[in-house]
Ligand binder design. Structure first.
Ligand code: NAD
Length: 710
């Protein structure tokens, strides 16, 4: 064997009796960044120039063949620097010597497109094959939409391209994707295959030369367009995928490739794709904590205690056992424990009925929970998450007990929504080990986790919490201590703006309708009906006692006084038929609102949907800006993630802060000043945050802000 490759190179070039093996070595997923593309290009040229080489095998390493484009290059000149992916693909396809892709592990996106340009493909079981570009609002732009249908058939290819979902290589074993499939060693099988191709003098098989025969293509694509359109909602990419595949069938290869390119470029410029790419990057950025280096040692979490088996404690316990972590679940009485466990079992039975969980794995998961009534076993826990009543007194009792029992170095977490985490930390002798883990309800479903950093929280505790979040499948965002952290602080402002619109003359159904048309998963009044109006009522009463000079009154008080607490009483801002969650506008609510306005001396006016959206969304943006300015969030994309994942903001708008960037911050600031200047407006509420004003003046964006906290 002759070795040419340099030691630390991202590509190893080895030659063995006439076969060159180009091994991609760019961890973690052999993404096709500029350096690797250039090395691969050189490797191909070297193989072409070497008379001793008769065929080339391209193989991956580590996690598999290749995960595709390098996301770190997105939006930088490196992404398209020569040789770009298209040039590399052309070089492979035009190679005079056979090029064989040896596919295992991850083979996705640009990685699969590269493999499709090879003359032959050898596979093994366990590989995951996908063209996931649609998930970023794009389509495979390097020939994937043209070549894949030629190998696996139009319908199978279209399904993969429109869904972006990975397919197991076993399921493609007999498709045209693979020219050979081995259950043994991939490299050996691929080199053997290459030798056979050479020995048999097989003609080079170029996928572009394969023809697609599809009778009734027109009818098929019409059907595909209709069904994809219905499912795609406001996203243009899935339909563009159908158009690109239709071009593969209905046009010659080069014309189809050109069409794919045009569609790709137009998607690249679409606001939906820009938003989805922003979200993708935001998720990656969120785990990076500015003053916590990535190599910060983390504490090992093997066993967790959960205090309280109510709504949140039960959901948190499920999340942990789903990830295989054993849990002690502590309650105050056997009855409460039994109730909590019964709810957990009931929740799993739903998954059992849907067929997403088997009886055996259900029992296995439940066996990971040890119900307890006293603290003693918790001395062995590495992390304890408290989810008891939202009362400072109860939390104090719990944290004092924990402090007395748990081993040094254990992490003490609180799921409090509104209490001061720093005060909770002071109930212990080890405030540096205390952190907030603010899960959202239902905790086993919602992906968002606000990781609340107290004034004294140790860096390794923070790093451990972020790592745990990954392990349990959550999107974690770091938040500082303030009333409501990031999400609830913003939603409070949104609620005030929505209530203002009711006061001005709108009805709940108009406000909800306008915001749902904007893309919110649920309007604010439907959301309050779901959450229960009594919670806000109690908190307003508490606040009114605390601040007797301020007015906390709200139409919702009138609803509550009338026994309308939302869905749980079948009446709130709407009424509900028995057994249904569909909100029905209720004339009684209209009457209560009319009366309330009259009491306050307000003459209702016509309110437009545009005004509703502008006010509610601008209120979110303005509070988001203050949250960044106060250092509560590290970056604007963290604020976006919270609102997208916890509050139903539409992903195709990228989150409130990204949306503001798209509108232009100068316009947003002008809009806020205009609202602030309307008669009766609360000027302190509507005056643009100073960060917003200054960025607007400098012509900058939130996304580009790397200010004091970032
Ligand atoms: P819940 O009333 O459903 O459950 C609280 C449970 O804690 C009850 O089962 C109770 O018996 C138990 N408990 C009370 N005192 C205890 C003690 N000293 N030791 C052990 N167990 C005790 O309440 P919840 O909705 O699950 O909320 C729990 C916490 O999570 C609160 O701090 C709340 O603010 C927060 N939170 C709630 C939500 C939500 O949507 N419900 C969302 C995020 C955070």
């Amino acid at each position: 064997m002759v070795e040419y490759g340099a030691g630390m190179s991202k590509l190893a070039f080895e030659a063995t009796s006439g076969i060159a093996v180009l091994r991609l070595d760019n961890p973690p997923v052999n993404s096709l960044g500029h350096e690797l593309r250039a090395l691969l290009f050189d490797g191909l040229e070297r193989a072409a120039a070497d008379d001793g080489i008769e065929a080339v095998v391209v193989i991956g390493s580590g996690k598999g063949f290749s995960g595709g484009a390098d996301i770190r290059e997105f939006g930088t000149p490196k992404a398209s620097a020569q040789p770009n992916l298209l040039a590399l693909i052309r070089a492979i396809e035009q190679s005079g010597k056979p090029v064989i892709a040896a596919i295992d592990g991850i083979c996705m996106g640009g990685g699969l497109e590269l493999a499709l340009a090879c003359h032959y493909r050898v596979g093994v079981p366990g590989a995951r094959i996908a063209l996931p570009e649609v998930k970023l609002g794009l389509l495979p732009g390097a020939g994937g939409t043209q070549r894949l249908p030629r190998l696996i058939g139009v319908e199978a290819a279209l399904n993969m391209i429109v869904s972006g979902a990975p397919v197991a290589s076993e399921n493609l074993r007999v498709s045209g994707l693979f020219d050979a499939f081995s259950d043994g060693d991939l490299l050996a099988a691929s080199v053997d295959f290459a030798r056979m191709v050479v020995a048999e003098r097989r003609p080079l098989k170029r996928v572009r030369d394969l023809s697609i025969v599809m009778p009734n293509a027109e009818a098929y694509f019409q059907f595909a367009r209709n069904s994809v359109k219905a499912a795609a909602g406001r996203y243009p990419a899935p339909l563009a995928c159908v158009e690109a595949v239709a071009a593969a069938v209905q046009q010659p290869f080069d014309a189809g490739l050109k069409r794919e390119r045009e569609l790709f470029m137009s998607l690249m410029l679409s606001p939906e794709s820009a938003a989805l790419r922003h979200v993708f990057q935001a998720e990656r950025a969120a785990s990076h904590i500015l003053d916590v280096p990535p190599d910060t040692p983390i504490r090992e979490i093997r066993r967790v205690g959960v205090i309280g088996a109510g709504t949140m404690g039960g959901g948190i316990a499920m999340t942990l056992i789903n990830a295989g972590l054993p849990v002690w679940l502590l309650e105050t009485s056997q009855e409460a424990l039994d109730r909590g466990l019964a709810t957990i079992r009931r929740n799993y039975q739903g998954a059992l009925r849907k067929g997403t969980l088997t009886e055996a794995s259900l029992e296995k998961r439940l066996s990971l929970i040890t119900p307890i009534l006293d603290y003693a076993p918790l001395r062995d826990a590495d992390l304890i998450i408290e989810a008891v009543f939202e009362s400072t007194q109860v939390k104090k009792q719990v944290f004092e007990r924990l402090d007395a029992v748990v081993k040094p170095g254990a992490i003490l977490a609180s799921n409090t929504s509104a209490l001061n985490l720093d005060a909770i930390a002071q109930f212990t002798q080890r405030p540096e080990d205390v952190i907030g883990l603010h899960f959202f309800s239902p905790a086993n479903v919602m992906r968002l986790l606000e990781v609340v950093r107290g004034a004294k929280t140790a860096r390794d505790v923070l790093a451990t919490a972020m790592e745990l979040a990954k392990r349990i499948g959550k999107i974690a965002v770091v938040a500082g201590v303030c009333d409501g952290f990031i999400g609830n602080r913003m939603v409070a402002r949104y609620g005030v703006a929505a209530h203002d619109m009711i006061m001005a003359g709108a009805l709940p159904q108009q406000v909800d309708g306008a915001l749902q048309d904007f893309g919110m998963a649920m309007g604010p009044f439907r959301m309050s009906d779901l959450a229960g109006l009594d919670i806000g009522w109690a908190s307003r009463k508490r606040r009114a006692e605390e601040f007797p000079t301020r007015d906390f009154s709200n139409v919702a008080d009138k609803l509550c006084e009338a026994g309308r607490f939302g869905q749980k009483t079948a009446a709130g801002w709407y009424r509900y038929e028995a057994g249904s969650r569909d909100p029905i506008p209720d004339p009684q609510v209209t009457e209560l609102i009319d009366k309330y306005r009259a009491q306050k001396g307000i003459t209702p006016r016509q309110v437009t949907n545009e005004e509703i959206v502008e006010r509610c969304v601008y209120a979110l943006i303005n509070e988001g800006a203050r949250i960044i300015e106060d250092g509560i969030a590290q970056r604007s994309s963290d604020v976006d993630l919270v609102y997208l994942n916890g509050y139903g903001f539409p992903a195709y708008r990228g989150g409130p802060m990204f949306y503001a960037d798209q509108i232009g911050l100068a316009d947003v600031a002008r809009g806020l000043r205009r609202i602030a200047a309307t008669p009766g407006a609360d000027t302190s509420f509507w005056t643009p945050a100073s960060l917003l004003t200054s960025l607007a003046q400098e012509g900058k964006t939130f996304s580009g802000y790397k200010g004091s906290a970032s």
